[in-house]
Design a protein around this ligand. Structure first.
Ligand SMILES: NC(=O)c1ccc[n+]([C@@H]2O[C@H](COP(=O)([O-])OP(=O)(O)OC[C@H]3O[C@@H](n4cnc5c(N)ncnc54)[C@H](OP(=O)(O)O)[C@@H]3O)[C@@H](O)[C@H]2O)c1
Length: 308
């Protein structure tokens, strides 16, 4: 009971909860369904991790491999993917690791890569690839980069893999961000363009989209990692990284809930929830960010139309 109250206080006060302190305070109390997964629990399972070549993605790959999964690093640069694979292999010598090239922001590239990824027989798909661009950038299809990387590419990949996933009772995990709490669901780009706002809006879309997929029968969850020390955080928010420096989580701590969820039993976690530190969290802290069912449906229609 006390642990649960402390957990909620950490969540609502944001700064301590998202930091390493929140992780350390909560993880000390994990037991029962929240306990660490059993070694080997993912043996015989196949996991796909987009952006698996660095940061939280690399830590997720290592965590899943340690649990026995065959892991595909889905990366846009094969050289970085191969280097990441070698790093994980060094740490987990028995790991079965594959590298697949795919730029998830490029819808043609997603279509090209999806056939091979479906053949791999995925049990877990982790939409981890993320960007916070300094200026407005467009993909080959003319979509804004955050929208394409966080929403359109993952949605298309989910749809193209949905039969393969459903056949194996597979699970999809969307790595969102606590930054989405500040944004209401909208498809509009910020004007003038602002990368942080574009990022947070598309991170809100990920949480809604995960719920919409779950409502359509897919086992789908969204997760936010807190604040973790990664190359992406250092380059996109250098001031923030310097400000809270030693309080940042390690990449392993940031990836922990995704790895735990990949191995969790459906009877323990349900579907369509938003997670942080192995507990479901509210999708809203303030009433003005709440969307209507019609706004949720409109998101689905827009995303379907742009990826068909
Ligand atoms: N770190 C945090 O505190 C934090 C907080 C909240 C949410 N998140 C979320 O966690 C996820 C991972 O973040 P991170 O901090 O680990 O970032 P990171 O260090 O920048 O790593 C992101 C990874 O995504 C890959 N990637 C980017 N665009 C891609 C694309 N179009 N196709 C394929 N791969 C692509 C990058 O590949 P390259 O090597 O080719 O660039 C990189 O490996 C992101 O979704 C982010 O929004 C992180």
């Amino acid at each position: 009971m006390l642990a649960s109250v402390l957990d909620t206080v950490l969540d609502r006060t944001v700064a301590p909860g998202y930091s390493r302190l929140g992780y350390l305070a909560r993880s000390a109390g994990w037991s029962g369904p929240q306990a660490d997964p059993q070694p080997g629990v993912l043996a015989g399972k196949v996991a796909l991790v987009t952006g698996g070549g660095g940061g939280l993605g690399l830590a997720t790959v290592a965590g899943l491999a340690r649990l026995g999964a065959t892991v595909h690093l889905v990366v846009r640069d094969e050289g970085r993917g191969a280097a990441a694979r070698a790093r994980v292999q060094g740490a987990v010598p028995a790991a079965d690791l594959r590298v697949t090239r795919c730029d998830v922001s490029d819808l043609d590239d997603v279509r090209r890569a999806a056939a091979g990824l479906a053949e791999a027989g995925p049990d877990v798909l982790v939409h981890n690839a993320g960007v916070l661009p300094p200026r407005r950038t467009e993909t080959p299809q003319g979509h804004e980069l955050c929208l394409a990387t966080h929403v359109l590419g993952p949605h298309l990949l989910t749809r193209l893999l949905s039969d393969a996933l459903a056949g194996r009772a597979g699970r999809v995990l969307w790595i969102s961000s606590g930054g989405m709490y500040a944004q209401k669901l909208t498809f509009d780009e910020p004007v003038p363009y602002n990368g942080t706002t574009a990022y947070a809006r598309t991170k809100r879309m990920q949480v809604v989209l995960s719920g919409l997929w779950a409502a359509r029968g897919l086992d789908s969850h969204a997760v936010h990692p807190g604040w973790a020390d990664t190359p992406g955080l250092a380059s996109s928010l250098p001031g923030f990284g310097r400000l809270i420096g030693p309080l940042l989580r390690t990449a392993e701590q940031g990836a922990d809930t995704a790895v735990w969820l990949a191995a969790a039993r459906s009877s323990d976690v349900g579907t369509g929830r938003f997670w942080h530190d192995r507990r479901p969290r509210p999708e809203h802290y303030v009433p003005w960010t709440r969307e209507t069912p019609a706004e949720r449906d409109a998101l689905w229609s827009r995303v379907e139309a742009l990826t068909s």
